[in-house]
Design a protein around this ligand. Structure first.
Ligand code: IMO
Ligand code: MG
Length: 425
């Protein structure tokens, strides 16, 4: 398999974990490049769900090497717990999980800062995962962040950590919040340091060597295009570049090594957290929640739901250079009489086919829909494209046409087998 970047082309939760797991069969290395444990990537193996937050979803195939790149913000204590959780399920990571020494750390005060900010914003809150992601990236950009390589130099680390934690504890106490217990957190961090040390290395060098020796790399995006700090619905976004460019800076590899960009989309749209969502439909949320679907893998929150929006997916294809799509959760629409696809927006008296940059404009956009006859067939057991109802194929063809990328994978359930690969003719 060539070197591939996989990105979410909506607001996250597109089913990236499942598609990564399917593609990993043909990859030598899987690399996470941005985000942190705000991600929740669910992979079903032998009927059992595994939710991965920081570790690449490729870890579940024993032959694959996983890399956490420099662009990820990692909570060392959380990462240790995630590795231990995998060990308990019989998945070992020794010699096949490498973590960049340049990755910035998410520390206990970042989580408190995240909560403080959200509480202070009241109605204007972002609806973050409260994992401390924004404050950790904030420290990185403000050049006061601490990295994994700092954690390994203990004396230097404790000095800087104490100073930052004390300064922030003053703020927490002023706001009636529990201050960080500095000594206790240092004990936990020391345990995580010892646990993670054998996995830490210069991953840019390691990846360069892998590329030169012809290994095939799969870059696993977290979140989605419209949560991107630059291209998303700012300020209702996450704090990293979730688009294909972010994979390059976040791993320290060159764009010239990339052969394909896969965009993952649901056959409809979901969003968790606040912010505009033109095709949102409360009846669809009730429908999916009634089926026991569309609850967040990280926070358990109910996801907001709506029709598939190809103004968005077309924009995502442009920004990321998506040449192939993986469409997931098609089976979620199996019982619909009519399936709607948003093809343009009406903004005032104009019809527009592009995604407006100003979210106040986006918020008043009315979707223009094309309606498709529902297929009213259980697709979850279908294994060949030819067996898919004609109505479903028509819908998929329209998704490809309006998005401007071919559909290469179709997912009709969480299991590996519930995937249809659509070969090029
Ligand atoms: P995966 O990788 C869906 C959302 C949060 C919130 C906003 C900012 O599983 O697709 P943050 O905690 O990052 O500062 O929150 O981003 N968000 C996600 N939504 N899937 C995710 O990850 C998300 N990670 C963050 O809900 O709206
Ligand atoms: Mg998720």
């Amino acid at each position: 398999m060539p070197n591939t970047i996989l990105v979410g082309a909506q607001w996250g939760d597109e089913g990236k974990g499942k598609i990564i797991d399917v593609l990993t069969e043909r990859a030598d290395l899987v690399v996470r490049c941005q985000g942190g444990n705000n991600a929740g990537h669910t992979v079903f193996v032998n009927g059992k769900p595994h939710v991965l937050h920081l570790i690449p979803s490729g870890i579940l195939r024993q032959s694959t090497v996983s890399v956490i790149g420099n662009g990820v913000v990692l909570d060392p204590v959380g990462l240790m717990a995630e590795i231990q959780g995998l060990n308990e399920r019989g998945v070992t990571v020794d010699g096949r999980l490498w973590i960049s020494d340049l990755a910035h750390l998410v520390l206990p005060y970042h989580r408190v800062l995240d909560a403080l900010k959200e509480n202070q914003m009241g109605d204007r809150k972002i609806g973050t995962t409260r994992r401390g992601i924004g404050p950790a990236y904030g420290d990185k950009v403000a050049r006061v962040g601490l990295r994994l390589l700092d954690l390994l130099k203990w004396d230097r680390f404790t000095e800087k950590y104490r100073a930052l934690a004390e300064e922030r504890n003053t703020l927490f106490v002023q706001n009636d919040l529990e201050p960080v217990d500095i000594d206790r957190s240092l004990d936990e961090l020391a345990a995580a340091r010892d646990f993670l040390r054998p996995h830490v290395r210069n991953t840019a060098l390691f990846l360069d060597e892998a590329i030169r020796s012809g290994k095939s790399l799969l870059f696993e995006g977290a979140q989605g295009t419209f949560l991107d700090i630059d291209h998303g619905t700012y300020p209702y976004v996450t704090s990293s570049n979730t688009t294909s460019g972010g994979a390059m800076t976040g791993a320290g590899v060159s764009p010239t090594c990339i052969d394909s960009v896969v965009g993952v989309i649901k056959a409809y749209t979901t969003r968790v957290g606040e912010g505009p969502f033109p095709t949102e439909q409360s009846f669809l949320a009730d429908h999916f929640h009634g089926m026991g679907r569309e609850f967040g893998a990280t926070t358990g929150r109910k996801r907001r739901c709506g029709w598939l929006d190809t103004v968005m997916t077309r924009h995502a294809a442009m920004i990321n250079g998506i040449d192939q799509l993986a469409v997931t959760n098609l089976d979620g629409l199996d019982t619909m009489d009519t399936v709607r696809l948003c093809t343009a927006y009406r903004l005032g008296d104009r019809e527009i086919g592009f995604y407006p940059t100003d979210i106040d404009e986006l918020a008043v956009c009315e979707p223009v829909y094309r309606d498709f006859k529902g297929w009213k067939t259980d697709t979850s057991g279908i294994r060949r494209l030819e067996d898919l109802p004609a109505e479903a194929r028509t819908y998929l063809d329209a998704i490809a046409e309006y998005t401007g990328a071919r559909v290469s994978w179709l997912s009709i359930g969480p299991a590996r087998e519930q995937t249809i690969e659509i070969p090029m003719h």
